[in-house]
Design a protein around this ligand. Structure first.
Ligand code: ZN
Length: 174
């Protein structure tokens, strides 16, 4: 397994819509393992393909005390309710903001073996899924803020980004 390089916002392909997988080959098992290792190295709870330079519809996620999941070509079949909670992003380190999300979801996706899974998620798990799903659409959590909050967070990020790049952008923060 290997830790993959993290793409920082707004570098490509983070703002692009990712492509679906046409078939699930054996390389997806290794990609899942690498993405999970990368997520752990950066102490994240979710990681999407575009964050490691892969503009494909795949993400991994892990709730506390649960096994890591890999969702490929995810579809949100239903979403209900509303929750507000703080989010951050491995591609926008050190920046946090409250984001409004649906509270309950039904999601269908393939796993790394090409098997169809239907997942019912609520609360924190729903938040992770929606944050990662947004990455596949080229959207980051800052895009979900009102315009003034977004501008304030983007100017904070510009300063952090300059410092992070000077320190070395790919170092996992262990
Ligand atoms: Zn993110």
């Amino acid at each position: 397994m290997s830790v993959l390089n993290m793409v920082l916002y707004p570098d490509d392909p983070l703002t692009q819509k990712a492509e679906s997988y046409e078939e699930i080959g054996p390389e997806l098992v290794k990609l899942k393992d690498d993405m999970v290792e990368t997520m752990h190295a950066y102490e994240g709870v979710g990681l999407a393909g575009p964050q490691v330079g892969i503009s494909k519809r795949i993400f991994v996620m892990q709730e506390p005390e649960q096994d890591a999941l890999c969702l490929i070509n995810p579809e949100i079949l239903n979403s209900e309710g509303e929750q507000v909670g703080e989010e951050g992003c491995l591609s926008i380190p050190e920046i946090y903001a409250d984001v409004v999300r649906a509270d309950r979801l039904v999601v269908r996706a393939l796993n790394e073996h090409g098997q169809t899974m239907t997942i019912e998620a609520e609360g924190y798990a729903a938040r992770i899924i929606l944050h990662e799903y947004d990455h596949l659409e080229g959207i980051v959590f800052l895009d979900r803020l009102d315009i003034l909050s977004r501008q304030a967070k983007l100017s904070e990020w510009n300063e952090v980004r300059a410092r992070v790049l000077a320190e070395g952008p790919t170092a996992p923060r262990l």
